[in-house]
Design a protein around this ligand. Structure first.
Ligand code: PHE
Length: 374
């Protein structure tokens, strides 16, 4: 409990500090994310990545001869709060661009405000297709869920799994969308979806749904959720004797999945944006740098936060001005930007086309298993 209070206090301070030392000659960029709440690792990791990219850029002289100042706001893992803090960043701080959010439901809650204000918003990690459909000022530097869902359906087939159950979070746009893409592709490939059950973010009891799923004898369970619920679901599934492989998407990408799920998440697979054990020198460099600074291996969110910030800085440099409309055009024109998570090119719908990796959890370790090209 005490640890939690101190942690919350720390992140509240992080959220408040940039605005205290702001200087009007700085380039102001807003960052909003879940520094606290149910998906706190998403916001915290992203913030570390964004901060690293900003420090590096400022050491190289900043942007257009000015220092970059990131103003960070905590949305407490709540969509309504995401909208509130984005309005503050737009109206009070008058930022020239926004970085965020990770969770699709929160990006969807805030994006209409950025669009109305004509301030470019770059989501590092929201994969639900609807996010960038909000308007021409909304971008993402990650792949979308149709790609992720299809990749996992093909992957399940490649493991000779023919009967798969789905357990999704019905209150979460990301989870509902990803479940749908997986289901459609898996059926089209001749697979059988034995049952679909649902829960809501924040639930802690999943035995009723798991018992129902077990009755239909699936060969695997696809769980497109976030790490806290995924960890608990895995434990309860094993308790009920459901020992089939579990599968999921990037919402699993947090050290907490292993912490909460323990041995229950062994023999699981999930798709995500980067593998820490990738031999690529760019990845190795970043992992080393991050480890030195934070004493841990970066999760996908840290890498995506770093890449999104670096891409935004690159777009501002290419625009040659802090005019938000020109920054928008430069973001739209992004081709082959070299990120740690791969090369980033914006398609006409403002989504990045990027490769995806499939990680396997076994013996309490997460490691690279496969890669899928767009
Ligand atoms: N893709 C998830 C969403 O759209 C968020 C996420 C990305 C979570 C990367 C973890 C890692 O909601």
């Amino acid at each position: 409990m005490l640890k939690k209070i101190i942690e919350t206090f720390f992140w509240v301070c992080v959220a408040l500090s940039p605005s205290c030392s702001r200087n009007s000659s700085d380039i102001l960029i807003g960052e909003y994310g879940s520094l606290t709440g149910g998906t706190a690792t998403f916001g915290q990791s992203t913030h570390r990545g964004v901060t690293m990219a900003t420090e590096e850029q400022n050491e190289r002289g900043g942007l257009l001869g000015k220092k970059i100042k990131i103003i960070t706001e905590d949305d407490q893992s709540k969509p309504e709060e995401a909208k509130t803090v984005v309005l503050k960043l737009l109206k009070q701080d008058r930022v020239i661009a926004l970085l965020g959010e990770v969770a699709s439901s929160r990006s969807l809650a805030a994006a209409p405000e950025a669009q109305k204000a004509k301030i470019p918003m770059l989501s590092p990690a929201s994969t639900n297709p609807k996010v960038t459909e909000v308007g021409d000022y909304i971008f993402r530097s990650c792949f979308i869920d149709s790609f992720q869902g299809e990749a996992m359906a093909h992957f399940a087939k490649s493991l000779h799994l023919n009967r798969v159950a789905i357990l999704k979070d019905i209150k979460n746009d990301y989870s509902v969308g990803l479940a749908d893409y997986f289901e459609r592709t898996f059926r089209a490939l001749g697979g059988e979806i034995t049952d679909i059950q649902s829960y809501s973010e924040g639930d802690i009891e999943f035995r009723a749904q798991l018992t129902a799923l077990k009755g239909k004898n699936p060969e695997a369970i696809f769980i497109p959720g976030y790490y806290t619920e995924v960890g608990l679901i895995a434990r309860q599934a094993r308790e009920l004797g459901l020992n089939v492989p579990l599968m999921g998407g990037d919402g699993w990408d947090s050290p907490k999945t292993l912490e909460i799920g323990g041995v229950s998440v062994n023999e699981s697979y999930f798709s995500t944006h980067y593998a820490a054990d990738d031999p690529d020198p760019k990845v190795k460099d970043f992992v080393d740098k991050y480890r030195k600074k934070h004493g841990s291996v970066p999760d996908a969110m840290a890498v995506l936060g770093y890449d999104a910030a670096a891409l935004l800085f690159d777009a501002i440099t290419r625009a040659g001005t802090t005019d938000p409309g020109k920054i928008r055009d430069a973001l739209a024109a992004t081709q082959n930007f070299s990120g740690v998570s791969g090369a980033i090119s914006m398609d006409p719908s403002r989504n990045a086309r990027k490769r995806l990796v499939i990680l396997k959890i076994d013996n309490g370790n997460v490691h690279f298993y496969d890669a899928v090209k767009p």
